[in-house]
Design a protein around this ligand. Structure first.
Ligand SMILES: NC(=O)c1ccc[n+]([C@@H]2O[C@H](COP(=O)([O-])OP(=O)(O)OC[C@H]3O[C@@H](n4cnc5c(N)ncnc54)[C@H](OP(=O)(O)O)[C@@H]3O)[C@@H](O)[C@H]2O)c1
Length: 346
């Protein structure tokens, strides 16, 4: 029996080419549908072959039948309830730039668990192996390089635009006034503030971001000049100032993209227990500062994004409010008087 495996699938996800009507072969061979395998197929021994009994449309069928060459008379039918993951017009497409760790990873896991969502996550290097059948990984995407946008377009290859684009890639290296670091400054600005301009330029011109898309740029309260206060002092120029630059980039992009109906939002996701904050020694503030695990911040952020619309384009928001903003009391007033979500000052 001739056949082939879905790209990205394990060998046991074997499709008999004889049993698939020719018009669907193309669909099955398209790499973007590789996620089907994981969506509805339990691991099966390699002597199983799948066939589709009555395909009716591009969205395929409501169940998939499988039979074993060792036991040809017996058919196993799997309901394809989760084939809603097929990137069809009514599916939500979410792209997360910087999805390997921290907040990006938590967003990826959250959206991957939603049956009506197709999630694309970018990795700076090779795609993590443990996720290859659950999400679409776009690999070798370095947001500090101009090639990031074209490379996403090339690997995405889809006709439909993304509904949500999160740009969460970030870098934080500590600096003091006495010991500023030139290389770290250039690297941080390139990731935080320069990369997003080119990324979004390419994705809009490549039609991957269109009317109705929500772009969520992950900024930080640290990038708000108004919120800086002697309580937390100076230093950390590259991280804080590059987020201030990102805030300006987001504001300008919101003006450029308003007529296209594309929302551009800047967000402080909350103080999180991630490698980023641990790497700069902020883990000593985790408890007192109310830091949450990234999964908690991701859930709040995704819910907030669900309600995001043009009325908030070009604004900086903290979906989790002021609870973890160390200088909020000094700069904005008593925390119990501040609403959640909270619009932050520039
Ligand atoms: N953690 C907080 O408390 C906090 C607070 C406010 C704002 N934020 C912001 O939230 C975002 C996520 O923070 P996090 O704590 O989750 O950070 P994290 O744990 O350090 O993760 C950073 C992510 O960005 C990716 N990345 C780094 N440089 C990249 C590049 N040049 N191109 C593409 N991807 C790159 C990393 O990929 P690799 O795995 O390849 O390194 C990783 O997936 C950041 O923008 C951060 O500034 C965080």
């Amino acid at each position: 029996m001739s056949g082939f495996c879905f790209p990205g699938a394990t060998a046991c996800h074997y499709i008999s080419t004889e049993l698939i009507p020719p018009k669907f072969l193309h669909t099955f061979r398209a790499e973007k549908y590789a996620i089907f395998c994981d969506a509805f197929c339990p691991p099966l021994p390699s002597h199983f072959a799948f066939f589709i009994p009555r395909p009716t449309s591009q969205r395929l069928v409501s169940n998939l039948t499988c039979r074993s060459s060792l036991e040809p008379s017996r058919r196993h039918t799997f309901p394809i309830t989760t084939t809603n993951r097929v990137p069809s017009a009514n599916m939500k497409r979410v792209c997360i730039v910087g999805a390997t760790r921290g907040l990006g990873r938590a967003l990826l896991d959250l959206y991957a668990s939603q049956s009506n969502t197709v999630v694309y996550g970018t990795a700076r290097h090779d795609a993590p192996k443990e996720h290859e059948e659950r999400v679409h990984w776009l690999s070798n995407i370095d947001v500090s390089k101009e090639s990031a946008g074209p490379e996403i377009l090339h690997q995405y290859g889809g006709n439909e635009p993304f509904d949500i684009l999160y740009v969460t890639a970030g870098y934080f290296a500590t600096e003091t006034f006495d010991k500023p670091n030139w290389e770290d400054e250039v690297k941080t600005y390139a990731i935080s503030a320069i990369g997003p301009v080119f990324l979004i330029h390419h994705l809009v011109h490549g039609n991957a971001l269109k009317k109705g898309t929500k772009i969520v740029l992950i900024s930080s309260e640290a990038g708000s000049i108004c919120l800086r206060h002697e309580k937390e002092g100076g230093g950390n120029f590259s991280h804080h100032a590059s987020k201030a630059a990102l805030n300006m980039v987001g504001k300008l992009l919101s003006l450029d993209l308003k007529d296209k109906g594309i929302v551009v939002s800047l967000v402080h996701p909350g103080f999180m227990r991630t490698e980023m904050t641990k790497g700069v020694g902020y883990d000593k503030y985790w408890d007192a500062g109310g830091a949450v695990i990234p999964e908690v911040a991701a859930k709040t952020l995704a819910e907030w994004t669900d309600h995001l619309d043009m009325s908030k384009t070009g604004q900086l928001w903290a979906p989790r409010g002021a609870r973890d903003i160390g200088t909020a009391e000094e700069t904005m007033g008593p925390k119990d008087t501040l609403p959640t979500p909270l619009q932050l000052p520039w």
